[in-house]
Write a protein that binds this ligand. Sequence first.
Ligand SMILES: [Zn+2]
Length: 362
Amino acid sequence: SLISALTLCLQSAPDSETTRRRRREDSRGEQGEQEEREEGEEGERGSDEGFKRMTPLLQAHHAMEKMEEFVHKVWEGRWRVMPHDVLPDWLQDNDYLLDGHRPPMPSFRACFKSIFRIHTETGNIWTHLLGCLFFLCLGLMYMFRPNMSFVAPVQEKVVIGMFFLGAILCLSFSWLFHTVYCHSEGVSKVFSKLDYSGIAFLIMGSFVPWLYYSFYCSPQPRFIYLLVVCVLGLAAITVSQCDFFATPEYRGVRAGVFVGLGLSGVVPTLHFTLSEGLIRATTIGQMGWLVLMATLYITGACLYAARIPERFFPGKCDIWFHSHQLFHILVVAGAFVHFHGVSNLQEFRYTAGGGCAADGTL
Ligand SMILES: [Zn+2]
């Protein structure tokens, strides 16, 4: 059977004193002291005798345990960053980042510990980890605002809460994905799908309070636009579940799908501008902030798709300022600009009061 073959293999393996010593040094780390090494030798000789007295099955089990322990030590403490060209295929995403990659580490503990080390994903993790905490605090502050500063406190808090939910989901899926990306092929696939779905959640969540306030007195178009963005968002989430969608060749398609989902907001914006006039659209409608938000997101998506700046300086942006990091920062900035626009809309509604004119404007 497999186990007896493994045991035979272990017994017959040549195990000279030097290779054994080297292996022990490896598992202990570089700062192993001489004294400790001698003590260890005694201990191992004793355990070797015990090892021979065990049944083959127990021996195999014991060997597996030792192996696991050793492997954990290597992953958790002693891994070094590695160049792009020696990475396994599933970890080779951006070939302009020449060095500084984490090796595959099938241990979640090791992945989470790597948050505090410097490698190609450090900036990606921290930009969205801090962004996530920021929106969590901002969201909680907003939810605890006194009810008297709203026209319909519960309804408005739920509506703005959808934006915070989308932002927090997007940012937390993102930093989690970047943290466990190097775990294994399966884990990286699952989390990359969550990461892409998170972007769709952020976009859908951003539409909710914006449509709610922009079409405050026109419930029918408001409902239709909301329905359309939900359908498009679910379509984007569905396509994110396909394995091909995460491959490097589809980088441009991915950027296009989410930019397209965001740009579907052009239709309600035009609707608002045509019915309210350009002046009201820019003042009450917060068009300026919306355009700034779109600019930030689209710039981020373009940098991401074209891999700027690292394509011009391969190997110079391995750790800091590569496209994905800039894209992450622009996403956080874009979401904050959107929040600012939405809170201006909310403030206008508060000053204008909850009533609607007979013709249905505003
Ligand atoms: Zn990312």
